[in-house]
Design a protein around this ligand. Sequence first.
Ligand SMILES: [Zn+2]
Length: 328
Amino acid sequence: MRKTFFISGIIFILTISVTYLAYAWGFFGHKLINKMAVFTLPKELIGFYKANIEFIEEHAVDPDKRRYAVKDEAARHYIDIDRYGDHPFDSVPKYWGRAVDKYTEDTLMAHGIVPWHIDRMLQRLTKAFSNKDYTKILRYSADLGHYIADAHVPLHCTRNYNGQLTNQNGIHAFWESRLPELFSENYDFFIGKAKYISNPVDYTWNIIRASYAAKDSVLLFERMLNDKFPNDRKYAYEQRGATMMKVYAYDYSDEYNKMLNGMVERRMKEAVISIGSFWYTAWVNAGKPDLKGIEKITISEEEKKEIEREDQLWRKGKVLDNSGHSDD
Ligand SMILES: [Zn+2]
């Protein structure tokens, strides 16, 4: 009796561990992506970021940690774009204010807001560069990296985000955590230099398009593999710290990774170059401030109000262009 209880308890723990380990890219992946993004930066910026690479890496996962503390945080990590009909990219306005007008803020929050939040973070980072605000440059860089990385995950762009509608529960963490953990050692991170992005909003929506276009393969290949793979070899048990965890077995993961034909690596590398390019773009748009010798600056009441005002403007959809003017 006691033994049965013990075993069913273990099985319960193992089951939840497979189901709920759904942090995008996993902590491991997010840290790796933010760190690699530093090496894409041009010579004017790389020194500053290299000097702070530990912060950028460590804080790559702050937004996931905040999900439990901050009410609106969860929606910033995804967009269920297929909630908006068969041709969502023709329907959903690229700018926040117009999207709110069309769908209401409640609807947008319910379906996820990652593309708009990336734009908001870019503006905050640009402002931090203008102010040469050491703390905020680092914090916003790390945060922005996280959201951009999330936007590159196909299952962050669909309502079937964990395969729950197609009986593939667990596929979210399988694709974005398990596969990179097993195979990223062999990824080729020689991916060139960050570039200035003249239209960050379009750039962001193209990331979402590419992610969404890939989600059918992500789901279909796993379904095909599941159908042909011996069921008793699909999962394995691994020791993680003090816990025994149920994970997708190595052979199953390897087979899936082969079917995806490098997709995880490609999306991860795209994320890295996008992040470097967004950081660089923020710095250029801030007037290329010289970052040598900047120190920690505490935020004044006036600055707090300014940020609040910008946030209000952003919510109304007054998108600031490079010169600080709104576009509408
Ligand atoms: Zn996330």
